[in-house]
Design a protein around this ligand. Structure first.
Ligand SMILES: [Ca+2]
Length: 412
């Protein structure tokens, strides 16, 4: 499966709030001099512009006569092609810090003669505080989410000019995840023809979304026998992915078709078909309020349960970095459990913060004798909230397992 990991282009910029008159949110420095230019665009072009920003910024920094430029994107407020007169000292560009820590925000002027009226600090487009040099501001990250956050400072000068300087900080989990082992409680048959992309349990049945072009289905399965008792074939071009239950509606997303289907649970009648902006759809589950979706990156999207529009997003992190390739999901008792593509482990994630709190080792779940040439990866988690039972399977696996987990202690 081709993977396009475009998380590096995401900066979560909310461009409108502080520059309503211009919608300025992307900047570049020209290659032949060190002057800067601010670009103005409609917000609908945001993704393309953010991509451009990184490409141009990377080019400019590599051509900056070898000088360390502090790595900050810089822009003059007017297209005057002059250097910004302030720079961010702390945090350093691309800094990493543990979620919950307080970070120092500080900037410096290029010249002692420069008269700065005020500095406005923004985090993810929201005003944090106004101050003036050489004051230092504390940024408290407790209560935020892991992942990349954008820090911007707007310097207002005497005479009305201003500069905007920005950097990013990656907030990580404050401690390593706990480690768990897995024990098989019960074994059920599973259709080896099912390329499992979404799995859930409800009312005594599994509901499963299967993938592959021309073979994708939505199906209702009797656990005891693995028999498919109801099935719907997706249109030939549609590649089925994550599946979630919202009240009496099944919601199924697709891999690269940017299409979401909503069916009546009881008869698989198609109620609604719409599209979404993410290039890819991977995992899906429902937390009782929002649909939680992955797209093959480290991002977790919170989608509106009725209109499937994005409400918010975060980037899932452990203590060392972001975790890309998040796949099938299950919301379990306030936690998010997630498959990771091609990994024999399941992550336990705090969906409020994005922190990976646990890693469940699933190696050896399938016996060697059950592994054939087309047996694919571990994928599919289902939860029976009435009994607390947790089920897992994989793509084209002959078995589906009820599992229990136990914490793995160090040095074992
Ligand atoms: Ca699931």
């Amino acid at each position: 499966m081709p993977i396009m990991n475009w998380q590096m282009f995401d900066t979560n910029i909310k461009p409108i709030e502080k520059y309503p008159e211009r919608h300025v949110f992307a900047f570049f420095r020209t290659e032949n001099d060190t002057s800067t230019t601010a670009l103005s665009f409609d917000s609908v072009k945001k993704i393309v512009l953010i991509f451009s920003f990184f490409v141009f910024a990377a080019t400019s920094w590599s051509c900056n006569n070898g000088r360390p430029s502090k790595g900050n994107a810089v822009a003059g407020d007017k297209p005057s092609r002059r250097k910004a007169q302030v720079s961010i000292v702390s945090p350093a560009n691309n800094a990493r810090a543990a979620l919950g820590k307080s970070l120092t925000l500080s900037a410096k002027a290029a010249s002692e003669d420069l008269h700065i009226d005020s500095l406005q600090w923004f985090v993810d487009g929201k005003l944090l505080t106004s101050t003036s040099l050489p004051e230092i501001t504390e940024w408290h990250t407790a209560g935020l989410t892991t992942g990349t956050h954008r820090i911007e400072v707007v310097a207002h000068y005497a005479g009305g000019d201003r500069d905007i300087v920005s950097t990013t900080v990656l907030l990580l989990a404050p401690q390593p995840p706990k480690r768990y082992t897995c024990r098989v409680v019960a074994v059920y048959p599973h259709d080896v023809g099912a390329y499992t992309q979404g799995l859930l349990y409800d009312g005594g049945f599994f509901y499963e979304s299967t993938g592959l072009t021309g073979e994708s289905t939505l199906r209702k399965v009797l656990p005891a026998t693995g028999e498919t008792i109801q099935s719907l074939n997706l249109p030939h071009e549609m590649f089925g992915e994550g599946l979630a239950l919202v009240d009496d509606r099944l919601v199924q997303i697709t891999w690269q078709n940017q299409t979401v289907f909503t069916y009546r649970k009881n008869d698989f009648n198609l109620l609604h078909k719409s599209t979404y902006a993410m290039k890819e759809g991977w995992g899906l589950t429902f937390d009782g309020e929002h649909l939680l979706m992955t797209d093959g990156t480290a991002r977790l999207y919170f989608m509106d349960r009725e209109y499937f529009t994005e409400v918010r997003r975060l980037e899932v992190c452990n203590h060392t970095g972001t975790i890309p390739l998040l796949n099938e999901l299950e919301y379990i008792n306030g936690e998010l459990w997630a498959n990771v593509y091609r990994q024999d482990e399941i992550l336990r994630i705090d969906p409020k913060t994005g922190v990976v709190t646990g890693v469940i080792d699933m190696k050896g779940l399938l016996n060697a004798g059950d592994i054939k040439s087309d047996t694919d990866v571990l994928n599919g988690i289902a939860y029976d909230k009435l009994t607390g039972k947790i089920y897992v399977t994989g793509k084209k696996w002959p078995k589906l397992f009820e599992i229990a987990i136990k914490e793995k202690h160090e040095n074992k």
